[in-house]
Design a binder for this molecule. Structure first.
Ligand code: SF4
Ligand code: SF4
Ligand code: SF4
Length: 247
């Protein structure tokens, strides 16, 4: 099975999951043809599985993702940048020219797209592995399942379920911001397990009850944080952004 791992606008954190799993993948006989982060010799041919980290933020990236799609039997996005636009998509909610001139002294030299968008805005995506970063065990589940011709098992239920299974006291009830009820599980409720809030690394479930969460945040004096959190690194996920596009 030939694998390609590609990076777009991102911090590289999700690719690290491959280092955690690389021995197991090579033991199973997978051939990693393209992975610039990990090897100096790379071949851009045909791929059985392509994994894509990062959002599409420049015209070159828009062209490249289309070429990768043409060469790939299955294309899987990894992490919040690729699935939702990432931290760089915060600019999508701001005035683009102001953002450019506040970062670069000579913005005329910068060739970038006005919005940082998820990969699925440009090409068909077969599967999303969520997280910021992704969980290496979910990556392994996906690779092995696809190899065996099975549907990978990735949780669709909300983080609250993982949290309650661990017996954590609810930090939202204690007045800390937590998106657990509207995001997908996958991290084992890491932050609430240490009495911290959750900022939603795994992105929204398919039908989140955002109105209800907004009301709970407001009741607990967290109303200002609600919009800030939902317009951060997963803010441009298609499920969340329907709210903005509806006006
Ligand atoms: S999703 Fe998070 S960890 Fe992964 S590349 Fe983007 S910023 Fe880095
Ligand atoms: S702490 Fe967060 S994840 Fe845990 S039950 Fe409360 S809202 Fe859900
Ligand atoms: S609890 Fe929330 S913020 Fe913490 S790692 Fe999990 S998804 Fe991310």
């Amino acid at each position: 099975m030939r694998i390609g791992v590609f990076k777009f606008a991102s911090c590289d954190g999700c690719q690290i999951a491959f280092f955690d799993m690389s021995d197991k993948l090579l033991d199973l006989g997978f051939q990693i043809d393209y992975f610039i982060e990990a090897q100096s010799t790379n071949r851009f041919n045909e791929f059985d599985l392509s994994f894509v980290e990062g959002s599409i933020s420049t015209p070159e990236q828009e062209n490249l993702i289309k070429k990768i799609r043409e060469k790939s039997k299955k294309l899987i996005t990894i992490g919040a940048c690729a699935d939702s636009g990432g931290i760089q998509s915060i600019r999508n909610f701001m005035d683009f020219k102001e953002v450019l001139s506040s970062v670069y002294p000579n913005p005329d030299y910068i060739k970038t797209l006005e919005k940082s968008k998820p990969v699925s805005d440009y090409v068909n995506v077969d599967l999303e592995i969520r997280g910021c970063p992704i969980n290496p065990h979910q990556l392994y589940e996906v690779v092995v399942s696809l190899y065996l011709g099975k549907t990978p098992y990735l949780p669709e239920y909300p983080l609250c379920l993982e949290c309650k299974r661990k017996g954590n006291p609810c930090v939202l009830v204690l007045g800390k911001p937590c998106l657990g009820s509207v995001i997908k599980a996958g991290c084992g409720a890491l932050c609430p397990s240490f009495n911290a809030g959750c900022y939603g690394c795994y992105g929204p479930v398919e039908k989140p009850n955002l109105d209800s969460l907004k009301e709970i945040f407001r009741e607990r004096g967290l109303g200002d944080l609600y919009e800030k959190i939902l317009t951060s690194f997963n803010g441009y996920n298609r499920v969340y952004r329907e709210r903005y596009e509806k006006g």
